[in-house]
Write a new protein. Structure first.
Length: 314
C-alpha cells in the first residue's frame, strides 16, 4: 500500500511509520519539524520504501505526490506545553491544514482518510468515562482552546467530507499516550516525571495530584490506528483509542519513582487553567469494531519508556 502520514516525525507518527514499513508498505512522511524531530525518523532513512517531505502541510505542494491507500493526518503540536507555545500554528494546521488535505484526498477518489483527534474534544468532561457520543465541556476561548477547538473543527471538516462526498473518512480520538520517542521537553506528566526521577530532581505535580488520566502505551495505540485504517466498512466512524486504566497523577508519579528508582521528592505547583479533572476513555466501540484492546500494562510500558529516556537523553 501507499501510505501518507502527516506529522510522521512526531512521537506517535514515527511509531506508526514503523508499523507500515514492517508491512512492506511505501510510507511518505510530511513534517515541518516544528515539534517532530529528525532523530525520530533516522532509522527509516535507508529504507527504500520511506520518503520524507520536509514541509508544512498548509503550504507544501501536494500535486507531485502519488495517490494513497491511507492518509493519516497527525500533524499538530499535541502536548499542552507545545500547543500553548505554538497556538497559531496549532489552529492553522488543524483547520487550513485539514481542509487542504481533505481536498487532496477527495481529488484522489480512493483510499481512506484517518484524522488524529483527541480526548481534548471532551474538554473538562462532566460525563465519566467518556463515550464517543458525549459532546464535551470545552471552554471555547481558554488557553487550551487553540488545540481543543481546532481539533473539534478538524472533526467537523472531516465528517463534512463524509456527508457531502461519502468519502471514506475515519476519526480516532487519542487519549493520553506515552512511550519511546516522547520528547523530554514537551512538558507532559510522563516525560517530565521520568526525566525528573532519572536526574533526582523534584517531581512537579500541578494542583494536588488527584486529577486522573488513563495512559496508553504507544504500540497499543498504533496497532489500533492500523486496524482503524485498514478494516472495512468504518466510513464516517469516530472511535476513542486509549487505555481505560485510570489513575491519579500522584499515583503515576509514585509509580515512576519506584520504577526508576530515584531519590527525588514530590513538589506541588499551581495547576493550569481548564486542566481536566478526570479522563478515561470508554473503548467499547473500539473493542467491537476493531477487535482491539490495549495489551501493555502501565508498569511494563513505563519500564520501556524509562529505558528509552536513559538511552536517548542521559
Ligand atoms: N502534570 C503534572 N506535572 C507535570 C506535567 C503534567 O502534574 O510536570 C499534570 C497536568 O496538570 C495534567 C496531567 O498531569 O493534569 C496530564 O498532563 P499532560 O500534560 O501529560 O497531558 P494532558 O492530559 O493534560 O493533555
Amino acid at each position: 500500500m501507499n501510505i501518507l502520514i502527516t506529522g510522521g516525525a512526531g512521537f506517535i507518527g514515527s511509531n506508526l511509520v514503523r508499523v507500515h514499513l514492517t508491512q512492506n508498505d511505501t510510507v511518505y512522511c510530511i513534517d515541518n519539524l516544528l515539534t517532530g524531530t529528525q532523530k525520530n525518523i533516522d532509522e527509516y532513512r535507508k529504507n527504500k520504501h520511506f520518503r520524507f517531505v520536509d514541509g508544512d502541510i498548509c503550504e507544501t505542494p501536494l500535486d507531485n505526490l502519488p495517490s494513497f491507500d491511507v492518509i493519516y493526518h497527525l500533524a499538530s503540536p499535541a502536548s499542552p506545553v507545545q500547543f500553548k507555545k505554538y497556538p497559531l500554528e496549532t489552529l492553522r494546521v488543524n483547520s487550513e491544514g485539514t481542509l487542504r488535505l481533505l481536498s487532496f484526498f477527495e481529488k484522489q477518489r480512493r483510499g481512506v482518510f484517518v484524522l488524529a483527534s483527541t480526548s481534548e474534544v471532551y474538554g473538562d468532561p462532566l460525563v465519566h468515562p467518556q463515550p464517543e457520543t458525549y459532546f464535551g465541556n470545552v471552554n471555547p476561548n481558554g488557553i487550551r482552546s487553540c488545540y481543543d477547538e481546532a481539533k473539534r473543527f478538524a472533526e467537523s471538516a472531516t465528517l463534512t467530507y463524509f456527508r457531502k462526498y461519502r468519502s471514506d473518512v475515519r476519526i480516532a480520538r487519542f487519549f493520553n499516550t506515552y512511550g519511546p520517542r516522547m520528547e523530554k521537553d514537551d512538558g507532559r506528566a510522563v516525560s517530565n516525571f521520568i526525566m525528573q526521577a532519572l536526574t533526582n530532581q523534584p517531581l512537579t505535580i500541578y494542583g494536588n495530584g488527584t486529577q486522573t488520566r488513563s495512559f496508553c502505551f504507544v504500540t497499543d495505540l498504533t496497532e489500533a490506528l492500523f486496524r482503524l485504517a485498514t478494516a472495512k466498512n468504518l466510513k464516517g466512524e469516530v472511535i476513542n483509542l486509549g487505555n481505560p486504566n485510570e489513575l491519579t497523577i500522584i499515583d503515576l508519579a509514585k509509580m515512576i519513582l519506584t520504577l526508576t528508582p530515584s531519590t527525588s521528592v514530590i513538589s506541588y505547583h499551581p495547576i493550569g487553567q481548564d486542566d481536566p479533572k478526570r479522563r478515561k476513555p470508554d473503548i467499547s466501540k473500539a473493542k467491537q469494531l476493531l477487535q482491539w484492546s490495549p495489551k501493555v500494562s502501565l508498569p511494563d510500558g513505563l519500564r520501556k519508556t524509562i529505558a528509552y529516556f536513559k538511552t536517548a537523553y542521559l
